[in-house]
Design a protein around this ligand. Structure first.
Ligand code: GRF
Length: 192
């Protein structure tokens, strides 16, 4: 699921082709974002995440859940998907939704993790890949990678450096999940 510039989506598509550990079966996007072009260019079925947002949120949540469920995904990856998933979606795919966040959680959760880290003056930030629960960026952490903050960093320069780390880490974690299942702290976690 992507609603940004799609760089994380592209890294997943590339990894999926290289060793074929997984296949991206459908892409949920906001049609207006660049990720939608990537879906069309790669001829992968596209689900428009605004499909029912002219209704109330519960209707949107139920409609999105049904549309995604129709593809029968083993895993759902939110790769720059800037909408909060609803209770129907979380109950259908809970435990099988993987998110990438551009900060070292639990530090700097939410939609401005990069800006907040810069504003706080941290010298090290990074990226976190975690399972999604019903909180915001609060699910079990699967992997993290540190990224140094440079004195002259802007939000864009720091975010691009974090994304370079994310592109590899997210693809590595998705490959591990598909091939080995969820391993947290060295223990295989039971996914409902
Ligand atoms: C990533 O940094 C991700 O952690 C955050 O949004 C960014 C998505 O980048 N949630 P892109 O749209 O894939 O380029």
């Amino acid at each position: 699921m992507a609603s940004g510039t799609g760089s994380l989506l592209e890294s997943l598509l590339e990894r999926g082709r290289q060793d074929a550990p997984f296949e991206v079966t459908a892409i949920v996007v906001d049609r207006a974002c660049r990720a939608a072009e990537i879906a069309r260019d790669n001829e992968i079925p596209l689900v428009d995440c605004r499909l029912a947002d002219h209704h109330d949120r519960a209707t949107w949540d139920a409609a999105l859940t049904e549309q995604v469920d129709a593809f029968g995904p083993a895993w759902v990856v939110t790769a720059g998907f800037m909408k909060i998933l609803g209770p129907s979606f979380l109950s259908r795919f809970g435990g099988r939704i993987v998110n990438s966040h551009p900060a070292l959680l639990p530090a700097f959760p939410g939609a401005h993790g990069v800006t907040d880290a810069l504003a706080h003056g941290v010298k090290i930030t990074g990226t976190t890949v975690h399972l999604v629960d019903d909180g915001v960026d609060t699910g079990p952490i699967l992997a993290q990678q540190a990224v140094a903050v440079h004195p002259d960093d802007t939000e864009d320069s720091l975010h691009e450096r974090i994304k370079s780390a994310e592109r590899v880490l997210l693809a590595d974690v998705v490959t591990a999940l598909v091939t080995r299942g969820v391993v947290i702290d060295g223990r295989k976690a039971d996914i409902p």
